[in-house]
Design a protein around this ligand. Structure first.
Ligand SMILES: NC(=O)c1ccc[n+]([C@@H]2O[C@H](COP(=O)([O-])OP(=O)(O)OC[C@H]3O[C@@H](n4cnc5c(N)ncnc54)[C@H](OP(=O)(O)O)[C@@H]3O)[C@@H](O)[C@H]2O)c1
Length: 353
């Protein structure tokens, strides 16, 4: 039996994780948390709101699935890595914001960090067992979101409702907006840098509109390995929770007799500047990725509240990055202070956007 602690149990990933856990007799849900929604006896230990660390300490899990959205998941990520407990990580924001601290904690703890993001799960599988010097780079695929193919002027008055309709994935509101701006792919580039120890120049992004190819690894001899499958988050969730056993999921196999469209397009950086802004934050390093994440959370929140136009999201994030310091964080308290400062700068930038 594997004892699972599920943080963010009421969200899109959390609900799908509950299906995966219910379907696998070897997985036992021992603890569950949410931000505000009730959990109604979902697990022997539950917690609504507040710091989940006490819950994790009582639960003594074998694996923590962190499916909280945003920076709120950062303490749980660091706690789990530090203790060498397996971490199934959906909460990419924590690895982006706390990348250096997380990698240090991971090294000290010596446990497994298993990505739940479908792209990184794909890369994890294609990279597994391969000597680092045989790998030339990786390619993250993006659906392109609901606004693929549009020009900038067509994006000036898109509504929150327009942005919340994703062509291939059904996800929580924050990541759906991040997919529409391509900030999600920017977060994923930084996530890949920390997860796989790759230089930013070796992490490419390509649009693959049907989301059937989840990721590719380029090898030094010119070959590329692709991971393909229908877009269904239960596959990477199951992979991360049952690693290395790869349990059966009962989900459909790819049907090659039906139409399977595998076309690619480059990213339009002028229309979708958030990917480039994320690369800038990653390249500058230190706590700039934390600033990028904090500003993006504030801007997306304001867009969802209809206080900021869609194109204002990139403006707010860029202005915040220009104004914030970026020195390294000594510890989590330092990082929380930097996150808070970036949020105040982003709130001020909202007025100007
Ligand atoms: N959805 C996907 O398909 C997908 C794919 C790849 C990666 N991810 C990543 O997975 C994470 C979760 O995404 P999601 O789409 O599942 O989001 P979601 O549907 O919005 O769910 C977020 C979960 O986090 C909880 N939460 C929110 N704020 C919290 C706080 N301050 N403290 C503790 N818990 C809090 C929520 O609780 P309440 O319900 O009580 O608010 C909810 O259970 C994100 O980092 C996202 O980028 C998601």
């Amino acid at each position: 039996m594997r004892r699972v602690a599920l943080l963010g149990a009421t969200g899109s990933i959390g609900r799908q994780a509950r299906q995966v856990i219910d379907a696998h007799p070897e997985l036992e849900l021992v603890a569950a948390s949410s931000g505000s929604q009730p959990l109604d006896g979902l697990a022997p230990l539950t917690q609504v709101g507040g710091d989940p660390i006490e819950l994790l300490e009582r639960a003594e899990p074998d694996v923590v699935l962190n499916a909280v959205v945003g920076f709120a998941g950062v303490r749980a990520t660091l706690w789990t890595l530090e203790r060498g407990i397996d971490l199934a990580l959906a909460n990419k924001e924590s690895l982006v914001a706390a990348g250096d601290l997380a990698v240090e904690a991971w090294k000290r703890g010596g446990g497994r960090l298993l990505p739940v993001d479908s792209e990184h799960s794909a890369l994890h599988q294609c990279l597994e067992g391969r000597p680092k010097d045989t790998v030339a780079g990786v390619v993250l695929t993006a659906s392109g979101g609901p606004f693929r193919g549009r020009n900038r002027s067509e994006l000036s008055d898109v509504s929150t409702e327009d942005a919340l309709v994703h062509p291939t994935w059904n996800m929580g509101p924050k990541i759906t907006v991040d997919s529409a701006t391509l900030a999600n792919k920017g977060l994923e580039v930084i996530e890949a840098h920390f997860l796989f120890g790759l230089d930013y120049e070796t992490i490419d992004v390509v649009i693959q509109p049907t989301s059937v190819i989840h990721g590719l690894v380029r090898l030094r001899d010119g070959a590329a390995l692709a991971h393909i499958g229908y877009p269904d988050m239960r596959v990477p969730i199951s992979y991360a929770l049952t690693y290395p056993d790869r349990a059966a999921t009962g989900l459909p196999q790819l049907d090659f007799s039906s139409e399977l469209v595998l076309e690619f397009e480059p990213v339009d950086d002028d229309v979708f500047p958030m990917l480039g802004i994320a690369r800038r934050a990653g390249g500058e390093g230190g706590t700039k990725p934390c600033v990028f994440n904090a500003a993006n959370e504030v801007a997306v929140g304001a867009f969802l509240d209809r206080r900021l136009p869609f194109l204002g999201i990139a403006e707010v994030v860029e202005r915040t990055l220009d104004e914030a310091g970026g020195g390294p964080a000594a510890d989590i308290d330092d990082l929380v202070a930097i996150d808070q400062e970036a949020r105040s700068l982003a709130e001020k930038a909202l007025v100007l956007a």
